[in-house]
Ligand binder design. Structure first.
Ligand SMILES: [Zn+2]
Length: 391
């Protein structure tokens, strides 16, 4: 049995180049063998093409809920970034550890794994579950498979700590998101005779200004949430392409848009509003002139928001074990917490070492101090799990 510190494990984890959509199986193998060394049985839930896997393990009794420690194993690419050292080889100085994934979020996973020998040595009355996913960074893709598998578990975790970088503050909420591609199809003709064609670019533009205007609409009618730096649901178009030449009425136009909703605003309702405008206002007009005109919406990705009450069990529990006893602002980036909460009823909070300011950037780092806080949280958690949840 090799006991490793969180620093040593972090070094190993950073060494696996687990960019989203590339295989994470070598990393999963490492974790599996490590857990196996301490006789912890883990189960894998693979992607359809078998190149990635989620890992789930329970330490302690398997007949009651307990506490889940959750993190994603994938990282964002380093292409186009100017790093001072190899991003996949951990460097450290007296203040911090550097490498891709240091704070987002291999630091948290390393800390959780470093606690395993201690978890096993104690006779826990409350179980600790480890849930490590793949392909989070491209829209919480991998964890959805894990969640599907977890639906059949007889006992599910009661509460979840999702260790995204929050400087160890307890973040009780984040926005949800849906991303769509829209394909507008009209009919082309010589631009001197515009009335015989249907201009896809112009109809797309009408739809885009409707989407843009939704930003103002929701501020008028929906309740703002001042816990967020942008206190309302937001709408945004990120790219567009269409048309071939100026003297041809364009037949095709494609664009992508996203809605980031406050959890208290229903994402479906907001999206339906945009789709209704297309179907009821734009499409009849287009089809009156060319019957095969079309507007197609394709969902690219989506995940729900998180809205955890400050007096909920997970906040009180985490407060009791967290050396950083601070509630953080709600965050506009997404996490897997909303999915665990909404789909499995696992009362969840986002809380992990490092800062989102360093995530996705060159020379990503997590400070030694943040890792120490996280290690202490894990040690305190193990202590608390010697009693029955939620004493
Ligand atoms: Zn992350």
């Amino acid at each position: 049995m090799t006991r490793l510190t969180s620093e040593q494990i972090l070094g190993r984890l950073i060494g696996f180049e687990t960019t989203s959509t590339t295989s994470n199986l070598e990393l999963i193998d490492f974790m599996r063998n490590y857990l196996d060394d301490f006789s912890v049985v883990s189960q894998l839930v693979h992607s359809d093409d078998q190149t990635c896997a989620n890992l789930y393990a329970t330490i302690g009794p398997d007949d009651i809920g307990g506490v889940m420690l959750s993190g994603h194993t994938d990282v964002v690419p380093t292409a186009g970034q100017n790093w001072n050292s190899d991003p996949y080889q951990m460097k450290s100085d007296d203040r911090a550890f550097f490498g891709r994934g240091a704070c987002d979020m291999k630091g948290f996973i390393a800390s959780a794994l470093a606690g395993v020998p201690q978890m096993v040595a104690q006779s826990l009355m409350t179980p600790i579950h480890l849930a490590f996913s793949y392909d989070e960074e491209i829209g919480c893709v991998g964890v959805k498979k894990l969640i599907n598998a977890m639906r059949d578990f007889e006992v599910k975790p009661r509460i979840g700590l999702i260790g995204e970088p929050t400087d160890m503050k307890m973040v009780p909420g984040h926005k949800g998101k849906a991303a769509f591609r829209v394909d507008v199809t009209g009919s082309s003709c010589h631009s001197a005779y515009i009335s015989s064609g249907v201009n896809a670019v112009e109809y797309a533009a009408e739809l885009i200004s409707f989407i843009r205007n939704m930003n103002h609409e929701v501020q008028q009618r929906q309740q703002l949430d001042d816990g967020y730096s942008v206190p309302h649901s937001t709408f945004h178009v990120g790219n567009i392409s269409g048309g071939t030449a100026l003297n041809i009425v364009p037949k095709q136009c494609q664009f992508e848009f996203e809605v980031r909703n406050l959890p208290q605003d229903r994402l479906d309702d907001l999206v339906h509003e945009i789709q209704r405008y297309s179907m009821d206002k734009l499409l009849p007009d287009m089809q009156a002139r060319f019957e095969q005109s079309d507007i197609q919406f394709t969902l690219i990705s989506h995940y729900p928001g998180l809205l955890t009450e400050l007096d909920s069990t997970v906040i009180e529990y985490t407060r009791s074990i967290n050396p950083v006893n601070e509630i953080g602002d709600k965050v506009s980036f997404g996490t897997e917490a909303g999915l665990f909460d909404q789909q499995l009823g696992i009362n969840s909070v986002v809380c992990g070492p490092g800062s989102i300011d360093q995530a996705h950037k060159p020379d990503e780092f997590v400070t030694r101090e943040q890792m120490q806080y996280c290690d202490r949280l894990i040690t305190n958690l193990i202590d608390r799990c010697k009693t029955v949840f939620p004493n």
